[in-house]
Design a protein around this ligand. Structure first.
Ligand SMILES: N[C@@H](CCC(=O)N[C@@H](CS)C(=O)NCC(=O)O)C(=O)O
Length: 200
């Protein structure tokens, strides 16, 4: 299998963490790819030209990150995706919230990188508000997801890691002691430690 990824992408980090958690990293060739400038390879395999993209040995390309993670968990015989029932819906909902937090953070970052004359402060404010609300929701749910390791927890860890990387000044830990304590523990997992993006 080949995984197109970038070190800074939180979605790709979630996939790499999943591969490590289910013991499949050594079966995965990692190909660092800049989705914004790639003109071959990634766009041939994924029409959306986004990382992460996983190409299976038979040439089938899988995207986006929730699909890749579920595939890897299935292949590796993991338990990151609970069977159908309340625990599964909780794990998937948590992953959706964490991925949505990443969506808002990435959109905000891209907007701030545009020339000042084209930049929309209203758009930046909208994404920032979504980020704050998502972190508040995670703080109120932290007691619920602190038990078993699921795809939801991995997604939250990567999302908060991305905030530390790109929006350290937001200080998401302020006023969110439950989430901060949960993250301190989650960040000790080898899968999180070994997928740290290089400092900007
Ligand atoms: N929903 C997708 C999001 C993937 C995504 O947006 N990746 C970014 C990098 S963090 C990307 O490749 N962007 C390139 C583009 O949007 O053209 C997933 O979960 O995999």
């Amino acid at each position: 299998m080949k995984l197109y990824f970038s070190h800074a992408s939180p979605y790709a980090r979630k996939v790499r963490m999943t591969a490590i958690e289910v013991g499949l990293l050594d079966q995965t060739t990692l190909e660092v790819t800049d989705a914004w400038s790639a003109t071959e390879g990634l766009p041939d395999d994924n029409p959306l030209c986004k990382v992460p993209t996983l190409v299976l040995d038979d040439g089938t390309a899988l995207f986006d990150s929730p699909v890749i993670c579920e595939y890897l968990d299935h292949l590796g015989g993991g338990s990151l995706f609970p069977p159908a029932g309340p625990a599964r819906w909780r794990a998937l909902r948590l992953q959706a919230l964490a991925d949505g937090l990443c969506d808002a953070a990435v959109a905000r970052r891209l907007e701030t990188m545009r020339p000042e004359t084209l930049r929309s402060e209203a758009w930046i404010a909208r994404q920032t508000t979504a980020m704050v609300r998502a972190c508040d929701a995670l703080e109120s749910w932290a007691g619920d997801f602190s038990g078993s390791v699921t795809i939801g927890g991995l997604a939250v860890a990567t999302a908060l890691g991305y905030l530390d990387l790109r929006f350290a000044g937001d200080n998401w830990r302020a006023g969110r002691p439950g989430l901060a304590a949960w993250f301190d523990e989650a960040a000790k997992r080898p899968s999180f430690q070994t997928t740290k993006p290089p400092a900007p």
